[in-house]
Design a protein around this ligand. Structure first.
Ligand code: IPE
Ligand code: IPE
Ligand code: MG
Length: 256
């Protein structure tokens, strides 16, 4: 790393106030976050796992606000995977309740800030009350033009690709499209994130370094940052450090 880059990294590590957009070399347009480590946070604090999940929603408001303040166009948050149904009934129940609480308490402010909410995932498998609240949030904000906030709930990337494939197969069957006309865009257009830019920066907290079935197609050329902190400890300062790391990356997309 160049001396100048080291100096700015050091200055940032010491400065804990939130950064402004002009302080970054470059910013991503689309950030995705795998919010991991709630369970380990709870264990560390000798608390119930549900308490860890609750703590994991405390910083969300600040992270979303900072994303918006920096002018980042899209934020995708992994909240519940198709595999997370394998957890205990009690834990799944706590997570379902937290979703309701989050949308109920945040929707007014998000809407007022012109945030557009989109749920990535299969809502039809969600309990009725949750389904309603998620649909309402999407509907209420669908015409908003500010930050695109994608929240992945009952989401699995492979299931998303299967869904896209089936839709395209029906189009072929109907004669709407010929197989040779199918492009990468055709597939993108049938993913939940249709019309959005691919992920530029992917953050996974808690030190785990895997995708866990999140946005496989959209992450093709994303930069990855793996902060060690557990999700409930992921502050705006930690976020700035991840964005700073992104700013130092040299993206080549296969070129020179
Ligand atoms: C992430 O935290 C939140 C969800 C998966 C819903 P975890 O609950 O996976 O936390 P760890 O990985 O057990 O620490
Ligand atoms: C991924 O985390 C899902 C979310 C953060 C919502 P997990 O904790 O479920 O992933 P694995 O099981 O460690 O891969
Ligand atoms: Mg985990």
């Amino acid at each position: 790393m160049k001396l100048k880059a080291w100096k700015s990294a050091l200055a940032l590590a010491l400065k804990k106030t939130p950064r402004t957009a002009s302080e970054f070399a470059k910013l991503p347009e689309h950030v995705a976050i795998i919010m991991d480590g709630n369970g380990r946070w709870a264990k560390k604090h000798h608390l119930n796992v549900s308490r860890g999940h609750r703590q994991g929603t405390e910083n969300l408001r600040e992270i979303i606000r900072h994303t918006d303040d920096l002018g980042i166009r899209a934020l995708s948050l992994y909240a519940f995977s198709t595999e997370n149904w394998n957890r205990s009934e009690e834990e799944v129940g706590a997570l379902m309740q937290l979703m309701l609480d989050f949308f109920t308490s945040e929707i007014d402010e998000l809407d007022a800030k012109n945030v557009r909410i989109l749920i990535l995932g299969d809502k039809s498998r969600m309990p009725e009350r949750q389904r309603e609240v998620l649909r309402e949030a999407e509907k209420r904000t669908e015409k908003n033009t500010g930050l695109q906030l994608n929240i992945a709930i009952n989401y699995g990337s492979r299931a998303e690709i299967v869904k896209a494939t089936r839709e395209i197969a029906v189009m072929v069957k109907n004669g709407t499209i010929r197989p040779e006309e199918i492009t990468e865009e055709t597939i993108s257009d049938h993913l939940y994130t249709a019309g959005q830019k691919d992920v530029d920066l992917m953050i996974r907290t808690s030190g785990e370094q895997r995708l866990s079935n999140f946005l496989l197609y959209q992450n093709a050329y994303a930069e990855f940052v793996f902060p060690e902190v557990l999700w409930p400890d992921f502050s705006v300062h930690e976020y700035d450090l991840a964005l700073e790391a992104y700013g130092r990356r040299d993206r080549r997309f296969g070129g020179r």
